[in-house]
Design a protein around this ligand. Structure first.
Ligand code: PRX
Length: 658
């Protein structure tokens, strides 16, 4: 563990940010929450969450104790309660006369669109639940989901939740190998996929990766359900593969949802950690639904009758779980779902969508904002964005310039910006302003949400005073916290609960400014953040050394103006591969980039693979990634005196200049 990022001066100037944007009196007057909520929550946190759980959800059996923390770090929230996630997201709204309200405005990449009401979505989920049950999927079974951003992804997740099956969504940008390892780890019985999707006007495929993943024997999958989306030719395994449309057409539209225990597993979502093996983060039902629904309403000031909400995250990531598939529906909101990329068929596509549906709440990642800045404000300026009233960001630190641009250009200089810090592990937002209360500061996520106990501590776990930096921790259990790592409770304890006694260690560096507001400074471990996507240094290094040409590899996340970080790999080739590389280093780089794409997925491909003769190592043999980061970011490498061979860095830097 290094504290380099905490001490780094890249963010030093952030602490001198003096601009503040209090909510307008009109916004504050109409806001869902006022300042009193903090005091209300701070007295008895568990009681506060119990109240939220009862107000926001419909329980089929009320719970007793709000929190059982008798065996930390294994928490139980809303003990003995029973609740069905799909019933809360769907049926109850229909029962309350809201069946005609739009649940999803779907916008396909080729320009097709579909409007789905709560009544229609409920029926689809009931059919899918019956269909999955007819395939033998029962409560507790795991279902792998490998789908694009289409309504069937949400239908699948909710159908699983309805019957108590545990979904494990695998992002479509992961490779067949990555999919297989996730299927194996969760022992999935069913895979739901699509023939493919569209990317920048062209069909792109998914089903072939599933076929490849399942080509080797020894897996647990009995059936593959395939949604027809792009109409491409696909291979078909009779008996195993089934058409989504036929299966749903044959299924009954009636299905009664029964309550599941509050601690019944809802989903597993794999995320990169500091070792090569992704961690299956396990979330359970009652606490997850409570905190996602509360934060979605509080932080976006959601008015479900009038707002049109759009979260641009893919369902393959946690944001697409908490704030696409669950919270908006539990809160009865109308949301937009978009299949494609921001630049297809033109760079104004998002703003065209905002204008078309009169989007009032937009939630996206800083990377996207920086990309739009690069494309120029003339593009959004061509559209009517006056419907926007709240803007959210998530996934990585947002630089003040991008924050100001977002506010001025997209938010018309008036919409409050809520910078939300959280993680796959936290399940829901943890640090964020409340738009009707907080005077926002460009670049800071600022304050722990009501009922959440976040702190910044030093090496020994002592709270740092204002004006100082350290490690971000959570001091008290929270409802949507991960319950364990699937199949590996020891790793759960080691990873999050062993660094500081009695506290959850998030892996992020942070600072408190003079007002006590929190500024996130990036990861302090071997996790990179590329375009808001979490990637593991070690995982990419393992992928590289699995190639027969590679003797050793070191990977760093180098600062990048648009994507936050970019993956840069330094590789030593084996002697027998070296002749090939001296002939054509470009070929070797291309081959190794492709190899990482195959092993993990296109999202993990290094931007650069640099073939080097040596790696900088300490006398004890540890690779000094900090020095590699320096050269990758175009700086003179810092102090190299602790290296076993100090000349190595000069050589690498010289090679790079060539
Ligand atoms: O480093 C933090 C960064 O993203 C990490 C969590 O990644 P993931 O589990 O993929 O979840 C992303 C979406 C919730 C964190 O450890 N991060 C997330 N939000 C912010 C952030 N960094 C700074 N500011 C944020 N608002």
């Amino acid at each position: 563990m290094s504290q380099e990022t905490v001490k780094g001066d890249a963010f030093e100037n952030l602490l001198h940010e003096e601009r503040q944007f209090p909510p307008s009196p009109e916004f504050a007057a109409a806001a869902n929450l006022g300042e009193g909520i903090y005091a209300e929550a701070s007295g008895d946190r568990a009681a506060f969450w119990a109240q939220q759980a009862r107000e926001l959800l419909t329980w089929s059996k009320d719970f007793g104790q709000a929190l059982d923390w008798s065996e930390p770090p294994f928490a139980k929230w809303f003990v003995g309660g029973e609740v069905n996630a799909a019933y809360n997201a769907l049926d109850r709204h229909v029962e309350n006369g809201l069946g005609d309200r739009v649940a999803i405005h779907f916008e396909g990449e080729p320009g097709d669109s579909e409007t789905i009401t709560y009544a229609e979505l409920t029926e689809r989920v009931k059919r899918a639940a019956n269909a999955f049950e007819s395939l033998g999927v029962a409560k507790g079974d795991r279902v792998a989901v490998y789908l694009p951003m289409i309504p069937e992804a949400v239908v699948t997740m909710l159908a699983c939740a309805r019957i108590g099956a545990v979904h494990s969504v695998v992002f479509g940008g992961f490779s067949a190998d990555a999919l297989r390892s996730r299927i194996d780890d969760a022992e999935a019985k069913l895979v739901v996929t699509a023939d493919g999707t569209f990317r920048r006007g062209k069909p792109s495929s998914l089903k072939p990766a599933v076929d490849e993943a399942l080509s080797a024997p020894g897996h647990t999958v009995e059936h593959v359900v395939v949604v027809r989306r792009n109409g491409q030719d696909i291979a078909w395994t009779e008996g195993r593969d089934l058409h989504w449309s036929e299966l749903l057409a044959d299924a009954s539209p009636e299905h009664t949802a029964v309550g599941h225990d509050a601690e019944h597993p809802l989903f597993i979502l794999y995320t990169s950690g500091t070792t090569g093996k992704p961690k299956g983060i396990l979330h359970t039902t009652g606490g997850f639904l409570t905190q996602t629904a509360f934060t979605h309403s509080a932080v976006f000031d959601l008015k479900p009758e009038t707002d049109v909400y759009w979260c641009t995250a893919d369902v393959g990531w946690v944001t697409g779980h908490s704030y696409v598939a669950y919270a908006p529906l539990v809160n009865g909101a109308t949301q937009v779902m978009y299949e494609g990329t921001p630049d297809s068929p033109h760079q104004g596509r998002w703003w065209e969508i905002v204008q078309k549906y009169k989007v009032s709440i937009l939630y996206t990642a800083p990377t996207a904002i920086r990309t739009f800045m690069k494309w120029g404000r003339e593009i959004p300026d061509k559209y009517d964005l006056s419907s926007i009233r709240v803007l959210g960001t998530v996934g990585e630190p947002i630089n003040p310039e991008a924050w100001m641009w977002y506010r001025d250009v997209i938010g018309g200089g008036a919409a409050p910006i809520v910078d939300t810090w959280w993680q796959t592990e936290t399940g829901a937002m943890m640090i964020a302003p409340l738009p009707g209360v907080t005077a926002t500061k460009p670049g800071s996520a600022q304050v722990p949400l009501p009922g959440i106990a976040v702190d910044v501590v030093d090496e020994s776990g002592n709270s740092v005073p204002n004006g100082h930096g350290g490690f971000l921790v959570v001091r008290e259990p929270w409802p949507s916290m991960l319950r364990t790592i699937w199949g590996d409770p020891e790793r759960f304890k080691d990873t999050y609960w062993s660094r500081f006694e009695g506290m959850y260690f998030a892996g992020d560096g942070a600072k408190k400014d003079e007002d006590g507001d929190i500024w996130l400074l990036g990861r302090v471990d071997d996790v990179m953040n590329v375009s808001g996507h979490r990637l593991s240094t070690t995982e990419i290094e393992s992928a590289l050394v699995s190639h027969p040409w590679v003797a050793e590899a070191a990977v760093v996340g180098a600062a990048d103006e648009t994507t936050g970080q970019a993956v840069v790999a330094f590789v030593i080739l084996r002697a027998d591969a070296q002749t090939r590389s001296t002939d054509n280093a470009d070929d070797a780089s291309a081959e190794l980039r492709a190899h990482v794409g195959k092993e993990i997925g296109p999202i993990a491909k290094p931007r650069h693979v640099l073939i080097v003769p040596e790696l900088p190592k300490t006398r004890s043999g540890k690779i000094m990634r900090r020095l590699l980061k320096d050269v990758a970011e175009g700086r003179d490498p810092g102090d190299a005196t602790t290296l076993a061979d100090p000349s190595v860095m000069q050589q690498i830097a010289a090679d790079l200049r060539k």
